[in-house]
Design a binder for this molecule. Structure first.
Ligand code: DGP
Length: 120
């Protein structure tokens, strides 16, 4: 298992630090963002460390993330109303935590210009 000692999302994903979890399986876990931009704002995080989606993320981890999106949508009751998935990469992408994560936002009508606090 590749984890980084100084990575907050490695610690949360592996329960070294507890968080507000909404979903978990063998490969990923999901917890509520500490600065929510919508009624549902969940972060899906692989248990192994990858810097971003640009890293060598195995297909099974990407599939687990896609599965988690659907399970979270169901449990949050936003399958029909819709949602947005975002993954930020690097400086220009506004990535602040250097552990690959996918934001799942929903529960209100989101701006079509992607300006939900991700565009500075
Ligand atoms: P990004 O800009 O894509 O790297 O977003 C990182 C998000 O992670 C940001 O919305 C705030 C959230 N976040 C950072 N540290 C923590 C933490 O310790 N716990 C939780 N729940 N969320 C965090």
């Amino acid at each position: 298992m590749t984890v980084k000692d100084d990575c907050i999302f490695c610690k949360i994903a592996n329960h070294e630090i507890e968080s507000n979890y909404v979903y978990e399986d063998d490969l990923v876990c999901a917890f509520r963002d500490m600065s929510p931009l919508a009624p549902t704002h969940v972060l899906i995080v692989p248990k192994q460390h990858y810097d971003s989606i640009m890293d060598d993320v195995p297909a099974e981890v990407l599939a687990a993330i896609a599965h988690a999106v659907k399970e979270i949508a169901k449990s949050e009751g936003i399958t029909e109303s819709g949602l947005r998935c975002v993954t930020n990469v690097g400086e220009d992408g506004g990535q602040t935590v250097k552990h690959f994560h996918v934001h799942v936002l929903g529960g209100r009508k989101l701006s079509p210009d992607m300006g939900e606090g991700f565009a500075k």
